[in-house]
Design a protein. Structure first.
Ligand code: C2E
Ligand code: CA
Ligand code: CA
Length: 757
């Protein structure tokens, strides 16, 4: 008995050493106090071992001292451990001092015991033929017991407080410790009162230590985990249904119970309810998910359903879980975002990119010949914006958008292409040209006080069967169609047709051919004479001609506007100026003292430094600038006049004579003339033409000539076709004359033959 028990104690001590060591190194905050408590228990057990093994009075007394003092240490350190375990601090300093004082007194009384014998004494007894020393308690020993039980009670109170305060979920964490300590205390109490010689309670003591070690460091209450998981799933917004491997519903979380209307435990109807709500559900298969849309368009509900199997750690299927989530909000948010990124904020119409995409898709799905492409443009939008303000302009855009929505059929797609233009995919079947023209092409916008009529031009591209689908190109064509509409209000819809197609292709062809045409001198100057009052040659105007190998003789009216619109005019003019300089250089050599007028396009100013360019040429050919006259149209001088006037002044200061071409064709008033720093005024030929039937036009010519005389500017009349005209202008005092009456524009050789030979 004695040997067996001793061996057992040794084993316990060894285990406690290991546990204390591990606890010490644990990263948990409870590790250190636990390790100290385990050492204290270990000392107590060791004291007991000494008692058990000793057969001499002194040795057993030493054992009892170790045991009792170890017990003090044990309860104290368990208290510290409990505080750490429960995350408590000492409630207040008084209690702390009280505990320290009580224990110190106990320690002191044991030190005094050898002298006063007030705590305990030992007496020899024989048990199973063995000699033991049993302790006889005196008053001090009772004090010891009260202190120990007191502290133990404090410890249990701490645990109770913690259990009351804690959520139901981690109640168990404290309860297990509580129970372990209570059981140990009961075993100990039983020993004390049974007064058995061998203190078997030590086994309980040591086991309690090991238990605390395990519970504090490794044990995670299963129920705690279960409850935690259960509460998490219950708090989840999604409904969850658990089925066992046989497909029987075994558990449903809160939202799930609410969804199908069942109470805890009554899961028999769950499957039917789910089927009723969401249609056929395969409860046997797992790993699927689907989206279910329920309700009406205004009150729509999107639900996400997913079935997943649950496997254990050996990959065996232990059941399936069906998750049902209401994704209406996400889905609506997604739709809203989608809407904002594809719709114009002002009108709510599709934005250009999305419209193109949608039309492209539609055309690829449907028969392309069922559709037409419409380009709708609010005319004079910039003026509307300037005159009536931004608010009214926005109102106009909104009204136009409404008009489009109102008069274009549901099968159409439409959207906004730019600030003032819209695009429409028109379903041919539902298209009524007169209705569109009446209701859409002119609509009115009210600013509160008055109605303003807004004009809209509509260009249409009719998609051909063999057109490759290219939405941007279709809209380009529809937009080009609007260029056919004249500002006459009679026709507001125009179609892109073969004529327009050919025109565009023709323009493209000419543009491509231009460089080669200049190179091979297909493009060349014709000269038209300019004569004085006596009909004698003063000079000539250089007018461009294109002798085209296929198209034949081309007048500038055929290609100048095309090149003015794409910028190639600069190449033409640069070349023409050079030709004029070449001729002048030749004339200079031959002693011919005549001038040549060259034409400057308003567009030239955008592409080059005109004066610099011309000066360079004059220098290169070594000619007198006075011989090169510069024709600038009236409109050039009217637009941002400050800058242009400077350019003219610059040219004149370089010695060039500047002529104002087509005077009177634009908006200029005679008044402006005095501010125009020009040398020659070329009176627009329209006046002369009108003057044949209209006396007023004749009066105007006379006034212009008079005025120019006053301002010391030479006047030149263009378009003189008859002797009578020449006569009349001569009487009016005109200085220079140009027109078919003298000669049409002719090639250089003809010109020279006619005038110099
Ligand atoms: P413009 O500068 O007003 O040129 C005068 C136009 O009137 C010329 O037409 C000329 O042939 C025509 N003309 C002259 N006398 C008469 C007449 O008695 N009766 C009629 N009915 N017409 C007459 P053209 O050559 O067809 O040139 C037309 C326009 O093209 C020019 O008008 C000018 O603006 C432009 N242009 C011609 N050559 C050039 C050029 O090299 N560069 C630039 N930028 N424009 C040019
Ligand atoms: Ca001219
Ligand atoms: Ca002219």
């Amino acid at each position: 008995m004695r040997i067996g028990f001793s061996v057992f104690c040794f084993v316990l001590i060894a285990i406690l050493i290991v546990c204390a060591h591990i606890a010490r190194r644990s990263r948990k905050s409870v590790g250190k106090p636990l390790s100290l408590a385990l050492i204290a228990i270990l000392i107590t057990v060791f004291g007991n071992l000494v008692i058990t093994l000793s057969n001499a009075k002194l040795m057993s007394s030493v054992g009892y001292y170790i045991y009792y003092i170890g017990m003090d240490a044990t309860v104290f350190l368990l208290l510290i451990y409990s505080l750490a375990y429960c995350d408590f601090k000492w409630p207040n300093i008084t209690i702390r001092i009280a505990v320290y004082t009580l224990l110190t007194i106990d320690l002191v009384q044991y030190i005094l015991n050898p002298f006063f014998n007030q705590a305990f004494d030992t007496e020899a007894i024989i048990v199973e033929d063995n000699l033991y020393y049993r302790s006889i308690p005196y008053i001090g020993q009772y004090y010891h017991r009260i202190v120990c039980y007191g502290i133990l009670a404090a410890m249990l109170i701490i645990l109770i407080v913690k259990m009351v305060k804690s959520t139901r979920i981690d109640l168990e964490k404290y309860a297990v410790i509580f129970v372990a300590i209570v059981i140990t205390a009961l075993i100990e109490t039983y020993y004390i009162f049974s007064r058995r010689p061998i203190d078997t309670s030590m086994i309980g003591f040591a086991l309690c230590g090991v238990l605390l070690f395990y519970l504090s460091l490794y044990y995670r209450p299963r129920r705690l985990l279960d409850r935690m998981l259960a509460s998490i799933t219950s708090e989840m917004p999604e409904a969850m249904f658990f089925f066992d491997p046989n497909g029987k519903c075994v558990w449903v979380n809160g939202p799930g119970r609410k969804l199908v209307g069942v109470t805890i435990g009554n899961y028999e109807t769950v499957k039917d309810d789910l089927t009723f709500l969401f249609g056929d559900i395969d409860f046997t298969a797992s790993g699927w998910n689907r989206r279910v849309t329920l309700g009406t368009e205004d009150d729509v509900n999107y639900t996400y359903i997913a079935m997943k199997s649950i496997t254990d750690d050996r990959d065996r299927i232990t059941g399936t879980i069906l998750r049902v989530r209401d994704i209406t909000e996400d889905q609506l948010e997604l739709k809203r975002e989608m809407y904002n990124s594809t719709h114009d904020s002002l009108t709510g119409l599709y934005i250009k990119e999305y419209l193109y995409e949608s039309i492209d898709k539609r055309l690829r799905e449907d028969k392309v010949t069922d559709y037409m492409i419409g380009y709708v443009e609010i005319m004079n939008f910039k003026v509307i914006n300037d005159v009536f303000g931004k608010e009214f302009a926005e109102l106009t855009i909104k009204k136009a958008a409404q008009a489009i929505e109102g008069y274009i059929s549901a099968k159409s797609l439409y959207g906004k292409l730019s600030t003032e233009s819209f695009g429409v995919l028109i379903s041919k079947k539902n298209f009524d040209e007169t209705a569109v023209e009446k209701n859409l092409a002119i609509f009115s916008v009210s600013d509160g006080s008055m109605d303003h009529r807004i004009l809209v031009h509509v260009g249409i591209y009719d998609i051909n069967e063999d057109d490759e689908i290219n939405v941007p190109l279709f809209f380009d064509s529809a937009r080009l169609a609007t260029t056919k509409i004249k500002d006459d209000y009679s026709k507001l819809i125009a179609y892109y047709d073969d004529e327009l197609r050919n025109k565009i292709m023709y323009e493209q062809l000419l543009s491509n051919q231009l460089p080669g045409a200049i190179e091979s001198r297909q493009i060349r100057p014709y000269l038209q004479p300019i004569v004085d009052e006596k009909g004698l040659l003063s000079g000539a105007e250089a007018l461009v001609r294109w002798i085209h190998p296929e198209q034949g003789f081309l007048n500038p009216g055929k290609f100048i506007p095309v090149f003015e619109s794409n910028g190639l005019i600069a190449d033409v003019d640069r070349y023409m100026w050079r030709c004029a300089c070449e001729i002048l250089a030749d004339w200079k050599k031959r002693g011919i003292d005549k001038f040549i007028s060259i034409n400057i396009s308003p567009k030239d100013f955008y592409f080059m430094d005109v004066p610099a360019e011309i000066r360079k040429l004059v220098e290169e050919f070594g000619i007198d600038p006075v011989k090169l006259r510069i024709e600038i149209t009236e409109t050039v001088m009217m637009t941002d006049s400050g800058d242009r006037l400077k350019i003219i002044a610059d040219l004149r200061s370089s010695g060039f004579l500047v002529e104002m071409d087509d005077f009177g064709s634009g908006y200029s008033s005679l008044n402006l003339l005095k501010d125009m720093p020009v040398d020659v005024l070329k009176i627009d030929m329209q006046f002369l033409r009108d003057s044949e039937r209209n006396a007023r036009a004749g009066m105007i010519i006379k006034n212009i000539i008079n005025m120019s005389q006053d301002l010391d500017i030479d006047s030149l009349t263009e378009g003189v076709e008859t002797a009578a005209q020449f006569e009349r202008l001569y009487v009016m005092g005109c200085k220079l004359y140009q027109g078919y009456y003298f000669s049409k524009p002719v090639p250089l050789e003809d010109f020279e033959k006619q005038w110099f030979d």
